[in-house]
Design a binder for this molecule. Structure first.
Ligand SMILES: CC(C)(COP(=O)(O)OP(=O)(O)OC[C@H]1O[C@@H](n2cnc3c(N)ncnc32)[C@H](O)[C@@H]1OP(=O)(O)O)[C@@H](O)C(=O)NCCC(=O)NCCS
Length: 148
């Protein structure tokens, strides 16, 4: 059997028909967490004009990759960068990040950042090969309660 070829994939913005496959891909790639509803994450990114979810489709139109991009007026951010296991190591991750960077550039961003979970250090080499450097920041966070 021949190796999957990333040049056979099509990249485009997510559509309604892709959503379940995208969420399944994120689960398969261990990118979901109990405290984040992935369907809501997709819907939120699609609702705002400054964010998107890009998908890669194989020759059978199956979703085999994703990258979420968002620009908040200061920096572009990447989330949910994922490649289906059978296509890893074929350059698709690089293509997806490049497409997301281009989307951010067109949105007005001149800098891009992403967060890597400390439990996912294995992926640091991937980002290093794409030119990403440790920004030497500690990420802090809290939940915002809905306005009353
Ligand atoms: C990270 C991920 C998207 C990489 O996708 P991929 O399609 O395998 O990556 P590519 O084939 O485009 O690799 C691009 C480069 O990174 C390197 N690379 C890929 N994965 C790597 C790893 N785990 N460690 C070191 N280098 C890696 C490749 O060797 C290649 O280098 P080269 O261009 O110099 O030859 C994929 O492994 C994945 O989906 N992982 C699970 C989800 C995840 O953890 N996402 C990141 C969340 S922050």
């Amino acid at each position: 059997m021949s190796e999957p070829d990333p040049r056979q994939t099509i990249l485009r913005e997510i559509t309604d028909d892709d959503v379940e496959q995208v969420v399944a891909l994120w689960r398969e790639c261990d990118l979901t967490r109990p405290w984040n509803d992935p369907h809501r994450d997709v819907a939120d990114a699609r609702r705002n004009p400054t964010s998107t979810v890009l998908v890669a489709l194989d020759a059978t139109s199956a979703v085999v990759g994703s990258a979420m991009a968002g620009y908040e007026g200061h920096r572009g951010w990447l989330y949910y960068v994922a490649v289906a296991p059978q296509l890893r190591g074929t350059g698709l991750g690089r293509v997806l990040v490049g497409a997301a960077e281009e989307w951010l550039r067109r949105a007005g961003a001149s800098k891009v950042r992403l967060m890597v979970r400390s439990t996912n250090a294995a992926v640091l080499g991937f980002y290093a090969s794409l030119g990403y450097e440790d920004a030497e920041c500690t990420v802090l966070g809290r939940t915002l309660e809905p306005s009353r």
